[in-house]
Design a protein around this ligand. Structure first.
Ligand code: SER
Length: 316
């Protein structure tokens, strides 16, 4: 079957890179990028783009039908720190957005990907080697919306047979597109500041350990989960997914191996609370066993690659 793939949130941190990767695999015209914000001319020249609001179900339905879409990646969401400032709006986007696409997937019999997060866990969850199935009492609006979303995914799968697949992403580290409004964003900002100014003031404490992943790995995980035979996808809420865990201090030390005079200071703000409610290291054994997930990038490999790319962008 010829696939036609729609990526919602294509201007965002994951979307912008996922579109590129999918186009390498499927061909430019088979992957439709879409975002609520207009795309720049460069992006539009690279393949089809539709400007639309993920909450406008009629427009989305029309676009899906008109283009004979067979798979959707629904990536539009508000991250943890921004969501705490706009709680109702975050709930609306994170929840109504998902429900819209679950309905479309049900009606049109499409395959759907939706991202969950380590934020589904909360202060009562075991923080080390957090199992797939465990106590989940998230204390952020973002986490509450992701946990509810996971339950909706499982519900649509059980009740209507919707082929929905999901991953609990750790903090995602990338150099191409900046994230916005997340708690794990420090692990990206630090690289840009290290290259530009050789110093960084971190908004988390030095010893805050969180699960993290390099974007290359996250994209590979996402596409492999979507490509695998449906019978292998045993978890229909969302899979734990892991690669590495580190603290700001460990990351700063790693950066110093390349930029010896780099200094990092620590001035925690409200985001410390969100980070403290999340696990330090999660157990992704089910993803590894069910569909063969394994990561490539560890802390040193990721740091090397990030610095190389950011240094290149600063020079050019
Ligand atoms: N990266 C997200 C955030 O910091 C967590 O999933 O909000």
């Amino acid at each position: 079957m010829t696939e036609t793939i729609l990526v919602i949130g294509s201007n965002g941190q994951i979307g912008s890179e996922l579109v590129e990767k999918l186009r390498e695999d499927y061909g430019s015209n088979r992957v439709i990028a879409s975002d609520v914000r207009e795309a720049d001319a460069d992006t539009k020249a690279r393949g089809p783009f539709i400007q639309m609001d993920a909450l406008d179900s009629k427009q989305v339905f029309d676009a899906v039908k008109k283009n004979n879409v067979t798979q959707i990646y629904m990536l539009a969401a508000m991250l943890s720190a921004t969501a705490e400032q706009k709680i109702k709006l975050a709930w609306k986007l994170n929840m109504d957005g998902l429900l819209n696409f679950l309905d479309i997937a049900k009606e049109e019999k499409l395959k759907l990907f939706w991202p969950s997060s380590i934020a589904v866990f909360g202060p009562t969850t075991p923080r080390r080697n957090t199992p797939q199935h465990t106590i989940m009492e998230p204390s952020t609006v973002y986490g509450i919306s992701k946990l509810a979303g996971e339950r909706w995914c499982e519900y649509y799968f059980q009740k209507y047979g919707v082929d929905v697949r999901s991953l609990r992403y750790p903090g995602l580290i990338s150099w191409k597109t900046l994230p916005g409004g997340g708690t794990t964003d420090y692990a990206i900002d630090i690289f840009h500041e290290a290259v530009k100014n050789k110093s960084y003031e971190c908004f988390l404490e030095a010893d805050t350990m969180l699960p993290m992943m390099y974007m290359e790995d996250a994209l590979r995980a996402t596409i492999s989960l979507m490509d695998v035979d449906a019978s292998k996808v045993k978890v229909r809420s969302s899979y734990n997914l892991a690669a590495m865990s580190f603290t700001p201090e460990m990351l700063a030390t790693e950066i110093q191996k390349h930029i010896p005079d780099f200094t990092c200071t620590y001035k925690p703000d409200i985001r410390q609370q969100y980070a403290d409610s999340w696990p330090q290291r999660i157990d992704d054994g089910e993803a590894r066993a069910d569909w063969g997930w394994s990561h490539d990038y560890d802390l040193s490999h990721m740091t090397e690659d990030m610095l190389m790319h950011i240094q290149q962008t600063v020079v050019h």
